[in-house]
Design a protein around this ligand. Structure first.
Ligand code: HEC
Ligand code: HEC
Length: 321
């Protein structure tokens, strides 16, 4: 037999209280709960903001955290050892994608002869039968080399449809075999071979430095392209490592070409590595709010905290004794 339970004093008595008073107590309880919830949100957001700030500062070795984090995100990136250090640290994890294989053509006599035939039907109308160029139509290709031919053909820039157009990346017009033959023919007229490039051997921080001072003015620091007088500097998301090297050495259209004295082969490896890196930069960490980085994320968190605190203040102010 179970013992009779003692009367549930508090709750039972409440039920018997007048309805108005009961309602008042419930409302007070609800308000108290809301206050605690808001306080919890505020504390959480505050903690997140602080953590984000801390994360930003851990990236830099010297100097203030904020400076280091900003340097990491900023486009300047050249000054201050701190900035470079932060970048080098942040970037060391980035892998290098993309094959490095340079398909150096096997230049046989047959290839050159076949290439010449293709040239006469597809290119001579602008470049002339002897490939010495036609005034106001197309330049002389003697000395352009396999380097330029490979770049212009594999990016679909040639054959151009109008001599006055800016050559832009387009669907490739020739088969792999035909490209090899055309490249062999143009290469046989003299000029630099297809450059070899090894982005894995490059240094990311150095690549960014060289890119910042030589390329970013036209292509932007993130390699997303831009406008220069008389031309469009394309985004660099599609170019293969070899094509990047070819463009740097050739200087297509209004882009200047860079000799080995200006950008050494080692620096070119680094630049290519940097360009590949811009396609999938390291995650800056934190929330998925667009990966805008620790400092702005911290600001978002503080904003939430401020709104929550205002809510708390209002609730407290509302309370009537
Ligand atoms: C004066 C502005 C300028 C500078 C400086 C410059 N470029 Fe360019 N770049 C261009 C223009 C314009 C084109 C488009 C050329 C064309 O239409 O054929 C181009 C094309 C390219 C392409 C071909 C992209 C594609 O998808 O076909 C690559 C790669 C490239 N540049 C890399 C570089 C690198 C690396 C540097 C620095 C070493 C650099 N550029 C410096 C203006 C510039
Ligand atoms: C409608 C005219 C036209 C046709 C057709 C044409 N080209 Fe060109 N080509 C040009 C012009 C204009 C330039 C200069 C563009 C520039 O400065 O980037 C050029 C530049 C080039 C260059 C770079 C030269 C250099 O010194 O860097 C190569 C290589 C080239 N063409 C190869 C070819 C080949 C191969 C074909 C045939 C498959 C071809 N072109 C068809 C007009 C033409």
């Amino acid at each position: 037999m179970s013992e009779p339970r003692p009367p549930r004093s508090l709750a039972d008595r409440r039920v018997s209280q007048p309805a108005a008073k009961n309602l008042d107590a419930r409302r007070r309880r609800r308000r108290r709960a809301a206050r605690w919830a808001l306080l919890a949100v505020a504390l959480l957001a505050g903690a997140y903001g602080t953590a984000a700030f801390a994360q930003g500062s851990s990236g830099g070795q010297g100097g203030g955290g904020a400076t280091a984090a900003f340097a990491q995100g900023s486009s300047g990136g050249q000054g201050g050892g701190g900035a470079t250090a932060a970048f080098a640290q942040g970037s060391s994890g980035g892998g290098v994608g993309g094959a490095t294989a340079t398909n150096a053509p096997i230049t046989g006599r047959g290839d050159v002869a076949a290439g010449r035939r293709l040239f006469l039907s597809g290119c001579a109308s602008c470049h002339g039968d002897d490939a010495r160029g036609i005034a106001n139509r197309a330049p002389n290709l003697h000395g352009a080399g396999a380097q330029a031919a490979d770049f212009y053909l594999r990016t679909g820039r040639m054959p151009l449809s109008e001599p006055d157009d800016q050559p832009v990346r387009a669907p490739v017009q020739y088969t792999e075999r035909e490209i090899r033959q055309l490249v062999a023919y143009v290469g046989s007229l003299g000029g630099p071979p297809i450059p070899r490039v090894d982005p894995a051997a490059g240094d990311l921080a150095r690549g960014r430095e060289v890119f910042t001072s030589n390329c970013a003015g036209c292509h932007q620091i993130v390699a997303r392209g831009g406008i220069v007088t008389g031309a469009t500097a394309p985004p660099l998301q599609d170019a293969t490592p070899t094509q990047i090297a070819e463009s740097v050495r050739t200087g297509p259209y209004l882009m200047p070409n860079f000799s080995e004295r200006q950008i050494s082969d080692a620096d070119l490896d680094s630049v290519v590595r940097y360009v590949l890196w811009t396609r999938a930069p390291d995650n800056a960490g934190g929330w998925g709010i667009g990966n805008i980085g620790p400092i702005p994320e911290g600001m978002v968190a503080w904003l939430i905290a401020i709104v929550a605190l205002i809510g708390v203040a209002r609730l407290i102010g509302e309370r009537t004794p």
